[in-house]
Ligand binder design. Structure first.
Ligand SMILES: [Zn+2]
Length: 249
């Protein structure tokens, strides 16, 4: 039995299918990640084909059949196509990184309304705010890690419980968490966290405004979170969309 459903979605990627169709991966509001076909979607006259395209925030009508792996899109309306994101390289690069993380790391059909709303909010910010794209992406990344179940722990030293961690030398052990200036000496298999990087990540996590930032800190935070994710998910080989970043930091 198939049912007709309406939901919102972010288009994550597309693949050519047959002569004129395309298959897209969607992150939907009500059904999580799923694949769907747009018949005739590569025809230049196809309005629905232009709407169901990567990065767009859309509203769709689907013929959904649980026994079928690929659902059929019957109509689509555009909610936002993030015009500024597509016009500017840095905004585009980090937006693509978001789509990539969703595609690689979310589980098919697993619904997460908070994550969906967070993605829409961040894409809107990347499109319209004047914040550096790398910072806005950092906000997404730290939020995404906790939604995946790998929250970065910054509140207190994971060994002794010391809570006031500002302005001291810190380390992070991917298994255990943050280590204070004393405990870090007994856990050599951890990486140093500068006081600035620590404060910056606390701001990202608590969604505070970033006032000042020295060169490279925002990029270092992204690299740190990427390493952390690779440690917890060995199959994850890093973010392809922002590979240039890795060579620099
Ligand atoms: Zn400690």
């Amino acid at each position: 039995m198939s049912e007709i459903i309406t939901t919102e979605a972010i288009v994550l990627s597309k693949l050519k299918y047959g002569d004129t169709s395309k298959i897209v991966t969607l992150y939907t509001k009500d059904f999580g990640k799923l694949s769907a076909i747009v018949k005739g979607g590569r025809n230049s006259k196809s309005n629905i084909g232009a709407i169901v395209d990567p990065m767009n925030h859309i509203q769709i009508v689907l013929y959904k059949k649980d026994t079928r792996e690929i659902q059929l899109i019957s109509s689509a309306d555009l909610i936002n196509h993030f015009r500024h994101v597509k016009e500017e390289f840095e905004r585009l690069e980090y937006s693509q990184a978001i789509l990539e993380l969703l595609k690689k790391l979310t589980v098919e059909h697993e619904v997460n309304l908070r994550l969906f709303k967070g993605v829409v909010r961040i894409l809107n910010l990347l499109d319209t705010s004047n914040e550096l794209p790398v910072i806005t992406f950092g906000r997404f990344f730290i939020f995404f890690l906790s939604e995946l179940g790998y929250e970065i722990q910054l509140e207190k030293c994971c060994v002794c419980g010391k809570a006031n961690l500002e302005n001291i030398e810190l380390s992070y052990n991917f298994d255990l968490g943050i280590l204070c200036n004393v405990c870090r000496k007994n856990h050599l298999e951890s990486i140093s966290i500068s006081s600035e990087l620590f404060k910056y990540m606390v701001c990202l996590k608590t969604n505070k405004k970033i006032e000042t930032l020295s060169n490279g800190t925002a990029e270092k935070a992204v690299v740190f979170m990427e390493r952390y994710l690779k440690f917890h998910i060995p199959d994850f080989k890093g973010i392809q969309s922002i590979q240039l970043l890795n060579n620099k930091y």
